[in-house]
Unconditional design. Structure first.
Length: 161
């Protein structure tokens, strides 16, 4: 006897035109679970959140696909090692978009690990991200140099008025 699973029910409901959130409510499931079931079966549901992945959406997504793992601390460290390796490649190419995608992936790993209570794994991603966000400081210094010039111009304009 073939047993009908929750996944089968979700797919059937989706094929009849039901939305992910409605299916989730009827099946007493999380919308992310339903969306991932549909994605796994080859559908592209109109539902996106932190816990769904519809596959490569840009040229970087294909390179970063499968990198994110946080089963345990060792898996998280391996993910961060791979993210860091890609980040260095993008940095050598002066590819800011690629570097940004690495940062987004690390943030996603941190948030997903936290979401399921894997605090040590989340910290591995958070530490890498914190180190790499500090690299961008020169832009802040440049802004600080322009502020006195703007204030001086404003002061001169006020004097003239």
């Amino acid at each position: 006897m073939n047993r009908i699973t929750k996944k089968d029910l979700a797919v059937g409901m989706h094929e009849k035109g039901m939305r992910v959130d409605a299916i989730a409510e009827l099946l007493h499931s999380d919308p992310s679970y339903i969306a991932n079931v549909l994605i796994e079966r080859g559908y592209t549901p109109e539902y996106i959140d932190l816990y769904t992945s519809t596959g490569p959406q840009n040229r970087y997504a294909a390179q970063l696909s499968g990198v994110l793992r946080f089963k345990d601390v060792a898996a998280a460290r391996e993910s961060v090692r791979r993210i860091n390796e890609l980040h260095r490649q993008f940095e050598a190419q002066r590819d800011r978009r690629g570097m940004h995608q690495c940062q987004v992936l690390a943030l996603t790993g941190k948030n997903r690990a936290e979401g399921i209570g894997k605090w040590q794994e989340a910290k591995v991603f958070a530490d890498w991200l914190a180190d790499h966000l500090n690299i961008v400081r020169p832009a802040q210094e440049a802004v600080q140099f322009t502020i006195p010039e703007v204030r001086q111009q404003e002061h001169q304009l006020l004097k003239a008025a």
